[in-house]
Ligand binder design. Structure first.
Ligand SMILES: C[S@@+](CC[C@H](N)C(=O)[O-])C[C@H]1O[C@@H](n2cnc3c(N)ncnc32)[C@H](O)[C@@H]1O
Length: 261
């Protein structure tokens, strides 16, 4: 068991694991890393939404909306099935639902942190969204079940990115599409200012508001460890995706990776 204050991300320049994926010190292997991530998100669930909106200055809402709108042609189809993976408290899932409208796709949100899903359930009371407690690396869904899989700020936390991509590929129908929204690292002057905010200001405010140091020190380090766009696109191709591409949002602070099965 890890105490929350002991949970911090392995530094970006630490020995790279043989299989790229998130690592939370002192976790050594994939199983321990996944457990530490689950514990971390479970512990911040009650304040997660507030912190998200404060720390992103509410731009997170725009990023979810933009991603959902980009895939309206799938989400709006009554015969389509959409999975929002690592859905957390459900904001990306709800953005998808709003684009779907009545009579649109059936929507499933999946996450392995129970307290995050409890909040998603409360936020979506009365809406026909199905919430499933599941590990993204071993999903309880049949092959080819979904026409679209999204993941917002969740994929980066997986203990094995290639296994995560293969599992997403497995649950997608032929011609199904994937959209992975996550933080990026902007360059130039914006990059410098942003890095100062992301590495210094955000962990300080996040730790103060959440009352725990770990998660908000983990966040910038996990972004620094995440593959750069070209590498991520190569990994998507290797997992079997085609027509892969990356669209940066807001000067590259975030962006969406997308591709087709
Ligand atoms: C930063 S939150 C993002 C939540 C939400 N998608 C959003 O945009 O606010 C990351 C989520 O990924 C989930 N997660 C991380 N690894 C996972 C895994 N292996 N299986 C399922 N969920 C996972 C965590 O529990 C957490 O809820």
């Amino acid at each position: 068991m890890y105490k929350m204050d002991e949970v911090k991300a392995a530094p970006a320049n630490s020995n790279a694991p043989s299989t790229p994926g998130a690592r939370v010190e002192p976790a050594q292997d994939q199983k321990a890393a996944a457990n530490a991530v689950r514990q971390m998100f479970s512990s911040i669930a009650p304040r997660y939404d507030l912190l998200n909106h404060v720390l992103s200055l509410n731009v997170d809402r725009y990023w979810w909306w933009r991603t959902a709108r980009r895939f309206r042609y799938i989400v709006g189809r009554a015969d389509a099935s959409v999975l929002d993976l690592c859905c957390g408290t459900g904001d990306m899932t709800l953005a998808l639902y709003r684009q779907a409208g009545p009579g649109g796709a059936s929507i499933v949100g999946a996450d392995f942190a129970h307290p995050m899903l409890c909040r998603a359930t409360l936020k979506s009371a009365g809406l026909p969204i199905q919430w499933v407690e599941a590990d993204a690396l071993q999903m309880p869904f049949a092959d080819g079940r979904f026409n679209l899989v999204t993941s917002a700020f969740g994929f980066r936390n997986l203990a094995n990115y290639d296994a995560g991509l293969r599992e997403i590929h497995r649950v997608l129908a032929a011609d199904g599409e994937v959209a992975i929204l996550d933080f990026g690292e902007p360059t130039g002057l914006t990059g410098k200012l942003y890095r100062f905010y992301f590495r210094r200001v955000l962990p300080a405010i996040g730790s103060m508001l959440s009352g725990t140091k770990g998660p908000y020190a983990y966040l910038p380090a996990s972004v620094a460890r995440f593959p750069k766009p070209q590498e991520m696109l190569s990994r998507m191709k290797a997992a079997g995706f085609r027509q892969v591409n990356y669209t940066p949002y807001t000067f590259g602070v975030a962006g969406v990776y997308w591709g087709k099965k």
